[in-house]
Design a protein around this ligand. Structure first.
Ligand code: AMP
Length: 400
């Protein structure tokens, strides 16, 4: 059942509590990447442009819930948001539920914006505590979930707060867009549907692979997780990163793919090095087997070409996880090549989605973000959607 959107709620004169995801990297008070703040702008603007009062709340980092900590304060986000909106954003208190915060909320005028301090300075946020949630809910005539990156977490502000709010509980534009792309692509993918999976660990992606295998025509595997599959097939993988305790799972997945007539492609050539280092001394390309002393760091040119042929025919593509150690230029070529092939598929009319986290960062780094149908802002949340999980934080919202 589709959920109600902020677009359909009259917010004029209302106190609108928006759960955003401003969990951005901050170093010495400087925001290093403000994409998550920018992603919340359409919802915030929609509230204030229609005469609502936007009360924003978020977590930042992983403080233990022992009260205010300057290191994990959201104050720099209030300043940055003010610059982006071109109007001041109030940041009234170092405690999101104290009397000062409550008084500032009560004194807000229509069209104003206020950011509360980090929710995770309170233990109640991670615990889903009802008393903590009740205080936050008391600020709200309307509740908006626009924190896609946190949708897979049952934290107080995600579940207990909307449950406690009496008025409308709706999706913000970011959550609406994320769910539209991720759930529609998975529920009704236009064939051929190709899934590209990479990254560090096969264990992180196993549930997603198993959920997607029956739906797609091909899975392209890269990154370190490929070596667990290759070892399970009896190949020599040298010193490549392998999860020994997942070899059985990998074998089972290979059999499952065959049963579902899904082509599970694994790399056939590998860019390898003798050390896990940016400027690794010895770099060599090996086909099929990797000798001892070398570890696979990226997919080779033949694999890139083979993957491009499969992506070239796809009508729906979902990508999660880099093909190699893309942070280091010597091993970024495979990830870039896959990103380009997917960007070209978008140009031909395919729906192309990149899951958040490292692959989204890679797409940004290559300047290709505009050439994807959708770049997700949530790493863990988008992966859980690929696993077919439901989010309680979305289930609790009003139906459209
Ligand atoms: P994930 O968060 O699971 O998507 O994994 C992303 C990380 O996997 C990135 O930091 C990559 O550097 C790393 N990675 C990708 N390929 C390899 C590889 N062949 N060996 C070691 N790490 C890798």
């Amino acid at each position: 059942m589709a959920k109600k959107s902020i677009a359909s709620v009259d917010v004029s004169g209302k106190r609108v509590l928006v759960r955003v995801d401003f969990n951005v990297p901050i170093e010495n008070g400087i925001i290093e990447d403000d994409r998550r703040i920018k992603a919340a702008l359409p919802t915030i603007r929609s509230v204030i442009d229609r005469g609502g009062r936007a009360i924003l709340c978020s977590h930042l980092g992983r403080p233990e819930g022992k009260g205010y900590e300057a290191d994990s304060s959201l104050e720099p986000c209030a300043k940055r948001l003010g610059e982006l909106l071109g109007k001041p954003v109030a940041f009234p208190s170092q405690n999101c539920i104290d009397d000062t915060a409550a008084a500032a909320v009560a004194a807000m005028k229509n069209g104003e914006v206020l950011l509360l301090e980090n929710l995770r300075h309170h233990k109640g946020e991670k615990k889903g505590d009802a008393a903590f949630a009740g205080k936050l809910a008391s600020y709200a005539d309307v509740y908006v979930n626009d924190a896609f990156g946190t949708c897979h977490r049952p934290d107080a502000s995600m579940v207990a707060v909307p449950k406690a709010v009496k008025g409308p509980k709706v999706m913000g534009f970011l959550v609406e867009k994320e769910i539209k792309y991720l759930s529609e692509a998975l529920a009704r993918p236009q064939a051929p549907f190709v899934v590209v999976l990479g990254g560090a660990k096969v264990s992180d992606k196993m549930a997603a692979i198993e959920h997607l295998l029956p739906k797609c025509s091909a899975v392209l595997v890269g990154g370190a997780m490929a070596y667990t599959f290759l070892k399970a097939m009896g190949r020599d993988v040298g010193n490549s990163r392998v999860e020994e305790d997942r070899l059985g799972d990998a074998k089972r997945t290979i059999e499952l793919a065959a049963r579902h007539k899904c082509d599970l492609h694994l790399p056939t050539d590998h860019v390898c090095s003798t050390q896990f280092a940016e400027n690794a001394g010895d770099i060599n390309v090996f086909e099929n087997n990797i000798p001892d002393g070398f570890m696979g760091m990226d997919i080779g040119l033949k694999t890139q070409a083979k993957y491009a042929v499969v992506l070239n025919k796809a009508k729906t593509i979902v990508w999660n996880g880099p093909m190699g150690v893309f942070e280091w230029p010597a091993f970024a070529v495979g990830t870039k090549s896959v990103a380009r092939a997917i960007a070209e598929a978008t140009g031909r009319g395919a729906t192309t989605i990149v899951g958040g986290g490292d692959s989204a960062a890679a797409v940004e780094q290559f300047g290709l973000a505009e050439k994807f149908s959708h770049v997700s802002t949530g790493g863990g949340a988008s992966l859980e959607m690929l696993e077919g999980k439901r989010f309680e934080s979305v289930d609790v919202l009003d139906e459209a």
